[in-house]
Design a protein around this ligand. Structure first.
Ligand SMILES: [Zn+2]
Length: 109
C-alpha cells in the first residue's frame, strides 16, 4: 500500500540508481523539497518543454543523441548540433542558429 494521496511508479532498479545518483549530485544540494516532489516536477517540466519545442519548431524532428550532441531533421535536411568546447555548433550554420536553440531547449538533448 502506497502513501495516501500518492500513486506508485515502478522504475527499473538500475535506472533509478542512476537517476538518484545524479539527483543527489545536481539537485539535492540546492533544494529542501523531497526527491519525489522534485522528480515529479522535473518530469512535468520535461513534458511541457517537449510540447513547447514541438510547437515552436514544427518543421524539426528529433532524430537522436550523439556522443557530443544530437541529430535533427529540418524538413528534409539532416543537421547535426554538437558541443565544441563551450559552444553549440550546427553542421549547417555554425553557432547561434535555430538548430542550436532547438537543441538547447530540447529536454532530450
Ligand atoms: Zn543551424
Amino acid at each position: 500500500m502506497g502513501k495516501s494521496g500518492y500513486t506508485s511508479l515502478s522504475l527499473d532498479e538500475k535506472q533509478y540508481a542512476k537517476i538518484r545518483k545524479r539527483y543527489d549530485q545536481v539537485i539535492a544540494k540546492n533544494t529542501t523539497a523531497t526527491f519525489t516532489k522534485n522528480v515529479t516536477e522535473l518530469i512535468e517540466k520535461g513534458i511541457e518543454r517537449t510540447a513547447l519545442v514541438e510547437n515552436k519548431f514544427s518543421t524539426f524532428t528529433w532524430v537522436g543523441s550523439t556522443d557530443s550532441g544530437c541529430v535533427i531533421k529540418d524538413k528534409n535536411t539532416i543537421v547535426e548540433v554538437k558541443w565544441v568546447k563551450n559552444e553549440l555548433v550546427c553542421s549547417i550554420d555554425g553557432t547561434g542558429c535555430k538548430h542550436c536553440i532547438y537543441a538547447a531547449l530540447n529536454p532530450r538533448f
